[in-house]
Write a protein that binds this ligand. Structure first.
Ligand SMILES: Cc1cc2nc3c(=O)[nH]c(=O)nc-3n(C[C@H](O)[C@H](O)[C@H](O)COP(=O)(O)OP(=O)(O)OC[C@H]3O[C@@H](n4cnc5c(N)ncnc54)[C@H](O)[C@@H]3O)c2cc1C
Length: 420
């Protein structure tokens, strides 16, 4: 990038502007790092992302990481393997056992790593592209928009932060992209300025997430979910020897969880799962849960990805995984770098992506909503019905095989990855 004089406005043309560096944006920059595009990424937050969000990458996503030459970097960052999931009643009856071993897939395990390290690992790989620039922290706000999409984004770099090489704090930069990816999450500014219609559903009960040390190591590192008349609760392995505990609670109980002593927390956990009596866990955060779907993804040269266009309930551990899988489909459809100057080709490819993938995502969201409503419920009858449905799956080898494949990220509406 050209050297600039302090406080002058610079114009920065690029092939692809990515707004947001949570998960979907970094995954996109990583997947494209050796395809020759000039890429500019803008992220407003200067701190690591919230660690309590998704940290388990599905088997199908591990396959994608391998296709992108990224898998080794995830092991080097501390990634660990999870070999299954199990569901129990609070009386220790096994309802459903979901092992991945034996499935006809290349990587029959989940890879788990702290959420912020997943993002950072993608970003580190993205920076291998000599034509990549990350503005962080910088908020994308001032877009110039026309019928052809986003013409430019004017950024004001913060005075008190370091700027990327070739830029200086406090200056303005006018980014002129050939294509724009809105990967700016649930509150997307890109979605807002494009005026897409958005339907949402607020789940009644927030989730509370707790962290604690993991002394008793399960060699298979399984997620275990316990279902009782008092609600469900999940014990999720975290990298570096921790558990994450997640449970839906009544809004009115937030105050309890904020002020509870370790003893009070433990007895609330044990009320749902006596099996967790040895867990010592501190509250990590509270999460209101929302479903969000947009009527479209593409306007001219601009496309939305990730939570910006499809946020879902964490019940199935899908949001981050689906975002990465969508990114993989999008990157496979992009024009080559030599074609990027042709805005008609760019728009046609983005529309092909939208018409090919959005119907599958609408279905994923509908299925996820059913599971989300179940997890959201603190109603004993509904929980008992979910438990009964699990027994049925567990007792039928064909249903169970399908469930295992779906949980691995195969055999759902999005299907298996396409070859690169
Ligand atoms: C409690 C909880 C548990 C979850 N568990 C799972 C799970 O087990 N498995 C799973 O797959 N998913 C899970 N998810 C969902 C997952 O976290 C999200 O689906 C995923 O992070 C979406 O990634 P994203 O990149 O689209 O959005 P985000 O991660 O939200 O990233 C958006 C980024 O854009 C930036 N940004 C926003 N506006 C601007 C702007 N104007 N300018 C510049 N930057 C901007 C933000 O700072 C942010 O970094 C969970 C979520 C929660 C809340």
């Amino acid at each position: 990038m050209a050297a600039v004089t302090a406080h002058r406005t610079e114009t920065l043309p690029c092939d692809i502007l990515i707004v947001g560096a949570g998960i979907a944006g970094p995954a996109m920059a990583c997947a494209l790092r050796d395809r020759g595009y000039s890429i500019v990424q803008v992220e407003f937050s200067d701190r690591p992302l919230d660690t309590a969000r998704g940290d388990h990458l599905q088997c199908v996503v591990v396959e994608l990481l391998e296709q992108w030459g990224a898998l080794q970097a995830f092991w080097a960052a501390g990634g660990e393997k999870r070999h299954g999931a199990q569901y129990f009643t609070d009386k220790n009856e096994l309802l459903l056992d979901v092992p991945y071993a034996g499935l006809p897939i290349p990587h029959p395990y989940y890879l788990y790593l702290h959420h912020e390290l997943i993002s950072q690992t993608f970003l580190k790989l993205a920076a291998e592209n000599s034509r990549y620039t990350l503005f962080r922290p910088a908020r994308a706000r001032d877009f110039d928009i026309g019928p052809e999409g986003i013409r430019s984004l004017t950024l004001k770099l913060p005075e008190d932060q370091t700027a990327p090489d070739g830029f200086v704090p406090g200056q303005s930069v006018v980014i002129k992209p050939r294509m724009v990816v809105g990967a700016d999450g649930r509150g997307s500014r890109v979605r807002e300025v494009l005026g897409f219609e958005t339907s949402t559903h607020d789940y009644e009960n927030p989730l509370v997430v707790l962290f604690g040390p993991r002394p008793e190591l399960d060699p298979l590192n399984r997620v275990t979910t316990f279902m009782s008349a008092n609600g469900t609760i999940s014990r999720i392995p975290r990298a570096f020897g921790e558990w994450k505990i997640g449970l839906p609670i009544h809004k009115s109980d937030i105050a309890f969880w904020k002020t509870a002593t370790p003893k009070m927390r433990k007895s609330a956990i044990v009320a749902r799962a006596p099996q967790l009596e040895n867990i010592d866990a501190e509250v990590g955060g509270f999460y209101p849960v929302k479903l969000l779907n947009t009527n479209k993804w593409v306007h001219g040269n601009t496309v939305l990805v990730g939570d910006a266009c499809h946020a879902m309930h964490p019940a199935r551990g899908q949001g981050m995984n689906v975002s990465i899988r969508c990114v993989s489909k999008l990157v496979n459809l992009l024009p080559d770098v030599g074609e990027m100057a042709d805005s008609d080709i760019v728009t046609r490819r983005l529309r092909a992506y939208e018409s090919g993938v959005k119907p599958a995502i609408d279905k994923v969201l509908a299925d996820n909503h059913v599971r989300g409503e179940e997890m959201d419920s603190l109603d004993a009858d509904l929980i008992a019905r979910s438990a009964a449905a699990m027994r049925v799956i567990n007792a039928d080898p064909e249903l169970l095989r399908r469930y295992r494949l779906q949980s691995a990220g195969y055999a759902d509406a999005l299907g298996a990855p396409s070859p690169v």
